[in-house]
Write a protein that binds this ligand. Structure first.
Ligand code: ATP
Length: 987
């Protein structure tokens, strides 16, 4: 162990080399003590230097470090590496570590060294002022390189103990770093900041100018082979990037070039500010200059930051009072946008915090602002409360201004500055070559698609809007295409012969209907059908017939049962379960909420109670998170032994400890609420096809005698409103059954959107009174449970409970929200169902599946807080019986009313999702947020990109038709394997 005092004595020599050696000793000493933490060592080194400098007798150290008096430790620490010839402390420490390892464990280190990488990183070394030592001859073989390298390194280390310095001049030349920190790793790529690629065969010597070639496609041709795909290169291969920036990118989830390039612009700015009068409530996109930015603390728990942006707009039709200057034919108006963001809570309203936030925007910054404007009293001034603000980079902005190119605006991610993102994306684009596209050119031609290279260029650096649109189309196509290809590919893999595969593809294209007539259903299913208090609608009946046909086949069914809210999907699934149960197998029915599980359980048991004869009644169980441990154990045991034929429950059904003796069908209600992985868990609950077979109807079932293990049939249900063609294309691998009609006697729900002011409430309460007097039941839906001082405008279920009770005396009220315990919820819903309570104050826990057929009115408070599809689902909780029902959406302000008014005129969920999208404004078009009831794709939107989805479906069928196993399209196969997890998660 080297004592720190020796380092100190070395320093007394007072030269740079002494300093270097002292640091080196310190390093070795510190490393052995504090190996675990670089940070700690850095701190320790800093304080040691600090101490050396502050001691009077060590004037030499102070002189050496040019310290005047007591200086800041961090400044001091930064001086040391510079003095020793390193760019920063981090780099110094890395090099010191290499040096130590090299000296002591040279042999073992050499064995581990990746010479190709090292040779790229350290083509030569420089010792003091001596001429550089070339580490190896590029033309020599690897062995020779190793010897030369190790020889030079060993000599160097042994002789000197001095400065090991990579060719940093070279690096600096090649990588003018953004924040001054040059990353050694980035040398590996030897690409200059302006995007030119260094010809690695002509490695440059210090002092020589770097040899650069144009970033031509050929120079990277080898990198485009499938196993060396540029897109899947590590983010650290991005040239011109500092290690700090790499870390930031990685922290933001950008681990590969692909990830980075798939961070698409949220929108594009037209840096020529638009013309036209600005109206209250209008969505605007302007660029301008920050005039001021300040944080204001209103009280101890509330503050705001206000950024004032000045914009000039060219205005032809200005009213004379607005005109501030007139230049020739053009009239220019200067407007001020006041961007206000409020912060609540003690911590976030401290002056310090507010100052930090406000300091992000500097006076003079050129920014791009978008949001909804609200006119304030003084002319030319507008308030923006919900807005986005992006700083524009001068260079790019100027070029965008000059060329009138759309300027991409990126959504922020993980706190990464827009500037770093933009720069990194530009660098990544320069790495691309035109032949990166795995999709065969004939497919691109047939479906009129841009190739992938042009698509990435077009989306990030479009010359005009058309180019951006064309690029977007291609990228959306990719989202859908790989999803389809993946699903169809998996499906084909599961089928044996070529003929079967072809038959399957044919079926996917033509969607034939196969059905089993009611007379061939199992006795139990038939009995249940006959005992129903209603007749099934035509599409319900067809659905059951189709499903039963599938259940009789030897391959596991994967079917989606889809139909709008309240169309009667549940009974279809119950009949399918009874079909299976009758054959001695088991059924599992999984739902997303406990409320729904209890509801289905009670519904089914009451239906079964009405069946004639006890002997055929199956044993049904309910298993949820609220089921007691003892009861759960008994149920699980019953499922394992086969005593229980059917279980209804939440995700507890897919827990590992829930075993089935012969699970034949798993029904997944509201399938979009479960992830693919969760849904797939049922596939692990295999059963032997011979188990418990008891009925002749199942004679067609898979090899009844042999012990083959089979995955259960899966029936997924969804109320996602989506046209059939789209659903077929989207769920390429699933058979699709749609219920298109509503049970007879249903009446359209009368919908009303009102402003929730005094008059609005007066009207609503009167309507409610009338409804109650007429024998109806009313849901009052609230966005929150308890009042919030931060959101005073929101009505809360609990807070309103007493006042509603008082107002509607004589009509018992109930309360239902997510914070209640399972049994409390059941009781609240049970009382409402039975009519014990006539008014139910609830939160959105009732949104999915809740079925109280005689509930006839719904009032949604602060309805603007809910998405359009959510409101459609909520509204579906009424109008489920024969009684005429009404739904009122109350908005907090008049400005949010138009969006809600759309619901007055449409009950088509798909149309509503679409309308919502259009109304959310252009700023969101390329963003991610979707309706919440449709699968999410990185860029595509099912609501508006449906035609591309269908084309992608056709393209996938075509590709797989040409080559079932994709052997003719190896690059496509590689791409698919890279994307497959994404495809699945995109669901
Ligand atoms: N053919 C029918 N005739 C009359 N009533 C029916 C018919 N089918 C179902 N129903 C009733 O319609 C109501 C809604 O059915 P169900 O709960 O199955 O709808 P759903 O499609 O699951 O809706 P959601 O998506 O809202 O859960 C239930 O009360 C059910 O008993």
């Amino acid at each position: 162990m080297i004592a720190p005092s020796s380092a100190q004595s070395l320093l007394k020599g007072g030269s740079e080399s002494h300093l270097g050696r002292a640091i080196s000793l310190e390093f070795r000493w510190g490393r052995s003590k504090m190996m675990c933490s670089r940070m700690r060592f850095r701190n320790a080194l800093g304080s040691r230097l600090f101490r050396w400098c502050s001691r009077d007798k060590h004037t030499s150290v102070r002189k050496l470090l040019e310290v005047d008096g007591i200086s800041e430790r961090s400044k001091l620490l930064n001086k040391v590496p510079v003095l020793m010839g390193y760019s920063n402390t981090q780099y110094l420490m890395e090099q010191e570590r290499v040096r130590k390892e090299s000296a002591t464990e040279l042999i073992s280190v050499l064995k581990e060294i990746d010479f190709a990488e090292i040779s790229a990183k350290f083509p030569c070394i420089k010792f003091g002022d001596s001429s550089p030592i070339e580490l190896y001859d590029d033309s020599a073989g690897m062995e020779c390189k190793e010897t030369m390298f190790s020889g030079n390194l060993t000599n160097f280390i042994l002789v000197s103990g001095g400065n090991l310095e990579t060719n940093r001049e070279f690096a600096d030349k090649c990588h003018p770093s953004v924040d001054g920190e040059v990353c050694p790793e980035s040398l590996a790529d030897a690409t200059t900041a302006d995007g030119n690629v260094l010809d690695k065969s002509k490695r440059c010597l210090p002092g020589e100018p770097a040899v650069v070639t144009e970033a031509c496609p050929e120079s990277l041709a080898d990198a485009t082979s499938p196993d060396n795909n540029i897109l899947d290169k590590d983010i650290r291969s991005l040239p011109g990037t500092t290690s700090k920036q790499y870390r930031k990118l990685e922290d933001g989830g950008f681990h590969t070039i692909r990830k980075l390039l798939q961070h698409f612009p949220r929108t594009y700015a037209d840096l020529q500010n638009p013309q036209g009068l600005i109206e209250d409530g209008q969505y605007i996109m302007f660029f301008g200059t920050v005039i001021s930015s300040k944080g204001v603390r209103i009280r101890s728990t509330l503050g705001f930051v206000e950024v004032v942006v000045g914009c000039s707009i060219v205005e032809a039709k200005l009213s004379s009072s607005d005109v501030s200057c007139n230049s020739g034919a053009e009239q220019k108006q200067r407007i001020h946008l006041h961007l206000k963001k409020f912060f609540s809570g003690q911590r976030f309203s401290s002056q310090y915090f507010l100052n930090c936030i406000s300091s992000k925007h500097k006076e003079g910054d050129i920014v791009y602002v978008s949001g909804k404007v609200k006119k304030v009293l003084s002319s030319g001034h507008y308030d923006l409360k919900e807005y986005t603000i992006d700083k524009l980079e001068e260079e790019e902005q100027q070029s965008a201004l000059l060329d009138r190119k759309p300027y991409p605006i990126y959504p922020s991610k993980a706190g990464l500055e827009a500037r770093l993102l933009g720069q990194s994306i530009s660098r990544a684009l320069k790495m691309l070559t035109p032949d990166i596209d795995p999709i065969p050119p004939e497919v691109l031609t047939e479906f009129n698609l841009a190739n992938l290279f042009d698509a990435y260029m077009g989306i990030h650096k479009p010359k005009n809007r058309d180019e951006a649109d064309f690029a977007r189309r291609r990228l959306i196509f990719d989202d859908f295409f790989y999803l389809q290809l993946g699903r169809l590919f998996q499906m084909l893999e599961a089928v044996g012969t070529r003929v079967e595969k072809e038959e399957l593809l044919y079926k996917c294209e033509n969607h034939e209907l196969n059905a089993v007539g009611v007379d061939q259903w199992s006795p139990l299913a038939n009995k249940l059908l006959k005992s129903l208090p209603y007749s099934l609608t035509a599409s319900q009946l067809n659905a059951v017939k189709e499903i039963i046909w599938d259940l009789r086949r030897p391959v596991p069914m994967n079917r989606l049962l889809q139909g709008d809210v309240g169309c009667g999907k549940t009974i279809v699934a119950f009949l399918a379960c009874m079909e299976v149960v009758n054959s001695g197998f088991q059924a599992a029915f999984m739902v997303p909420t406990e409320i729904l599980a209890v509801q289905h359980y009670e519904h089914l048991t009451s239906l079964l109670e009405k069946l004639d004869g006890d002997e055929c009644k199956p044993n049904i169980a309910l298993l949820t998170g609220s089921t007691s441990t003892r009861e759960s154990r008994i149920i699980r045991n019953g499922l394992k032994t086969g005593e229980i034929s059917m279980v209804i429950g939440t995700h507890t059904l897919i827990a590992d400890k829930t075993d089935f003796s012969a699970l034949r069908i798993s029904v997944i209600d509201e399938q979009q609420r479960f992830g693919v992985i969760q849904r797939g868990r049922f596939n692990n609950k295999l059963y032997t096809s011979s188990s418990k077979l008891s009925d002749e109807n199942t004679s067609e079932d898979a090899a009844s005698d042999s012990e083959t293990f089979m995955a259960p049939h899966v029936l997924a249900m969804s109320a996602t409103p989506i046209p059939r063609t789209l659903a077929l294309a989207l769920y390429g691998d699933m058979s699709l059954t749609q219920i298109t009609d509503l049970p007879p006697g249903r009446q359209p729900i009368e919908t009303l959107a009102l402003e929730g002011n005094d008059a609005g409430f007066e009207t609503v309460f009167q309507m409610m009174r009338d409804e109650l007097m007429d024998g109806g039941k009313v849901y009052l839906v609230y966005p929150i449970i308890e009042e919030s001082e931060h959101l005073p405008q929101l009505h809360a279920a609990k807070a309103d409970f007493d006042s509603i009770k008082q107002k509607f005396e004589g009509y018992p009220c109930g309360l239902l929200h997510g914070r209640m315990k399972g049994p409390e919820k059941d009781e609240a819903l049970g009382s409402f169902r039975s009519g014990e309570t006539r008014i139910l104050l609830a939160t959105q826990v009732i949104e999915i599946g809740v079925d109280v057929p005689d509930a006839s009115m719904m009032i949604v408070m602060n309805a603007e807080r809910f998405g359009m599809s959510q409101l459609h689902q909520l509204r579906g909780r009424v109008g489920r019986g024969g009684k005429k029902s009404r739904c009122v959406f109350l908005s907090s302000t008049s400005s949010t009313l138009p969006r809600l008014k759309v619901l007055e005129n449409s009950s088509d969920g798909f149309h509503l999702a679409n309308a919502d999208l259009v109304m959310r404004g252009p700023g969101d078009l390329l963003g991610k947020k979707q309706s919440g009831h449709l699968p999410e794709f990185p860029i595509a939107r099912l609501e508006i990109d449906g035609s591309i989805l269908q084309e992608a479906h056709l393209a996938a069928l075509k590709v797989l038709g040409t080559s079932n196993d994709l052997s003719m399209f190896p690059r496509l196969k590689v791409e698919l394997s890279m994307r497959q997890p994404l495809c699945l998660l995109g669901d």
